[in-house]
Design a binder for this molecule. Structure first.
Ligand SMILES: CNc1ncnc2c1ncn2[C@@H]1O[C@H](COP(=O)(O)O)[C@@H](O)[C@H]1O
Length: 356
């Protein structure tokens, strides 16, 4: 995608909402290098890590399987509560510097017996980072605990219980539960009881659904829970291999879509930007939000995603503004936060358009 300086500058200045960001996929190259250096200091013979450093190259397309292999490289680098705290602060700072005013981070709590990190200390480290960043950064951050599709039902239940426990002491920071992981690895239907339990606790659901083809029955059954938002939804439309029933449930219940263009292109579930399902959902006025997914792994920023959107679908700056402003309606935080954010957007409007 060619650079368009004026448009890029507009997209950078545009106040933005990021609703689909996996913590470990969002770690920048600079932060990853820091982590690798730390590891190599502790384990000077860390040949495997030195290889990993060269493997994390930017820019090229990868298959979805290769994307998931990236997480297997990153996870051993973030295996203590201390590194989780550090990367959370760095990721929040990156988003704040990109003029993201509201961020919902999500991450899969991990138990690493070798370092003593538990699922709870993992999440507490993230919550502490969010709290500590409040003072110095102009961004509101919320958090979702993620269930990996490869989890057992018991493991998923543990995550929901932890989310519920920490929701009550997080001052409104824990807002929900995400369902993600290698989409070829599991069946969302088996997790329906834990999704229902999360809903009964007042936790919102952000579920990866129809990220890969031929999942129509599974997707329909889970959509009937009316999740708060759907991640990707790449194969919902009849022309993409989905069907009208899926579209009807989405439309009738106004279930918002979190759309991650570069992620889908690089993971090769969408052939080209101009084929992206964004266009069809946008044209029917369905609630959508533009997201990065894994800004580190896919080497992107939210500003770049807006710029790509404008260039691909010939959207005016006014329309980009509208997409960003309407994303406020889709956040999982309370009405007071939405009202506050609308005020931020209105205050920034003149300044952002003055540039163009
Ligand atoms: C490319 N599209 C995607 N589809 C599904 N799940 C994804 C994903 N990208 C990331 N994740 C999920 O997020 C984890 C990394 O962040 P955390 O360790 O949780 O912070 C991955 O292991 C995967 O479970």
């Amino acid at each position: 995608m060619s650079l368009n300086t004026k448009l890029d500058e507009f997209c950078r200045k545009l106040p933005k909402v990021e609703l689909h960001a996996h913590l470990n996929g969002s770690i920048s190259e600079a932060t990853l290098s820091k982590l690798i250096e730390r590891k190599l200091k502790d384990f000077p013979d860390g040949v495997e890590l030195a290889v990993a450093q060269r493997t994390i190259n930017k820019g090229q397309r990868r298959t979805l399987d290769e994307c998931f292999a990236m997480f297997r490289i990153i996870h051993p680098l973030t295996d203590t509560a201390e590194t989780i705290y550090m990367v959370t602060c760095d990721v929040i700072r990156d988003f704040a510097e990109d003029n993201v005013k509201y961020l919902e981070l999500r991450s899969t709590p991990r138990h690493v017996p070798a370092t003593g990190m538990t699922k709870e200390t993992y999440v507490r480290a993230i919550l502490k980072a969010i709290e500590d960043c409040k003072e110095s950064m102009d961004i509101i951050v919320k958090f979702m605990l993620a269930i990996d599709m490869r989890n057992t039902l018991e493991g998923a239940d543990e995550t929901v219980e932890l989310a519920n426990k920490l929701k009550d002491c997080s001052n409104g920071v824990v807002v929900g539960v995400d369902f993600s992981g290698d989409p070829k690895a599991g069946d969302a239907r088996s997790f329906i009881p834990v999704f229902q339990k999360a809903q009964s606790y007042g936790l919102k659901l952000a579920l990866h659904l129809a990220e890969v083809p031929e999942r129509n029955e599974e997707t329909l059954e889970v959509l009937k829970l009316i999740p708060g938002r759907v991640g990707h939804g790449t194969f919902l439309l009849p022309e993409d291999g989905g069907n009208q029933e899926l579209v009807d449930v989405m439309v009738q219940n106004k279930i918002p879509l979190e759309l991650c263009l570069t992620s889908n292109i690089k993971g090769q579930t969408v052939a080209a930007y101009d084929n992206h399902h964004f266009k069809k959902w946008y044209d029917i006025g369905h609630p959508i939000s533009v997201c990065t997914d894994d800004k580190g792994v896919f080497s992107t920023t939210l500003s770049e995603e807006y710029s790509i959107l404008a260039q691909t679908f010939e959207l005016s700056q006014e329309k980009l503004w509208d997409i960003s402003y309407k994303s406020i309606d889709l956040i999982f935080a309370d009405e007071k936060t939405k009202a506050y954010l609308r005020g931020v957007w209105e205050k920034e409007r003149e300044n952002v358009f003055k540039l163009s």
